[in-house]
Design a binder for this molecule. Sequence first.
Ligand SMILES: Cc1cc2nc3c(=O)[nH]c(=O)nc-3n(C[C@H](O)[C@H](O)[C@H](O)COP(=O)(O)OP(=O)(O)OC[C@H]3O[C@@H](n4cnc5c(N)ncnc54)[C@H](O)[C@@H]3O)c2cc1C
Length: 319
Amino acid sequence: MANILLIAEDKKRELKKVTLNALTFAKQAAEKINGQVIVLAVGAGISKVAEEISAYGVSKVITAETDGLENYIAETWSAVVADVTRANDVGLVCMASTSMGKDLMPRVAATLGAGMASDVLGFDGATFTRTMWAGNAYANVEITTPIKVCTVQGTAFDTAEKAGDSPVESFMPTIPEAKTRFIGFNESVSERPDLTEASVIVSGGRGLKGSENFKLIEDLADLFGGAVGATRAAVDAGWMPNDLQVGQTGKIVASDIYFAIGLSGAIQHMAGMKNSKYIIAINKDEEAPIFEIADAGLVADLFKVLPEITNTIRKEMGK
Ligand SMILES: Cc1cc2nc3c(=O)[nH]c(=O)nc-3n(C[C@H](O)[C@H](O)[C@H](O)COP(=O)(O)OP(=O)(O)OC[C@H]3O[C@@H](n4cnc5c(N)ncnc54)[C@H](O)[C@@H]3O)c2cc1C
């Protein structure tokens, strides 16, 4: 195998932190196969992102920007990634397993005729380890095509450290005629950090009993400048928007502190948050599975204790 190509992801031209976790994977993989890490930043006005990632000591950062790449469309972006792959002796193409990574990389694999592994946790130079069954099983898979593609579970890798300047070069992509056309983008706007980037997350579940009670969750989250999360039960009930769902079919997070409030700890929820560093659970049922992985737990009625806890922390913080 030769070089490793990591696709950088940005939000409004700011590098997404999870790319730095995927970079740690890419560097580890490069050591195993004696290859070099190349980072590709695609999109219009991407030079700021390229500059930022160039401080992480990779063999080079490639920017691909031209008309037609202003807005992400898997069809056009995958063609660009495939062209850069072919032009740079790349044996493994990887990206963080974000919504975009999950959308883009299968198409990259199809374009290159490559085999793919998703949600990868490790690579020993020959086989990829990936999670299955909501994180309850691990599979070792071998990809037999010369070029391999994978998405990387960012929460399984530390954030890469800065490691010296890297050269930045530009690649002039040819944009294929696309069958899809970008029309518009409706983003849910929040003052709170993105779940996948937040160091403190306060999540609520069915125990909150209604959307109005999520104010209790938000109050605690806002004290820390944290993000609000929800279980699928709370999302399905229409109490919280879909993009706040944590779990197997929601966001995979690894915050420094994760408050799990009024949620039972179903395996599908835990699959999305169990890598958080310090988990604090509040549940009135002492048998709730969330207590099995909690670092601190309180068996109590959340409606009694949560306002008290929030007020005490507020006072301690002098807010
Ligand atoms: C294929 C598949 C994918 C799924 N993906 C996801 C996913 O991504 N994310 C996800 O979250 N779920 C997912 N689920 C759903 C999951 O199985 C659970 O149904 C869901 O997580 C339960 O949500 P909950 O913990 O809020 O509700 P419940 O399991 O009903 O738990 C509510 C908890 O609140 C406690 N409680 C009630 N009242 C109070 C109170 N006053 N004070 C304190 N505690 C109280 C109860 O004791 C209980 O433990 C998925 C399921 C399937 C089949």
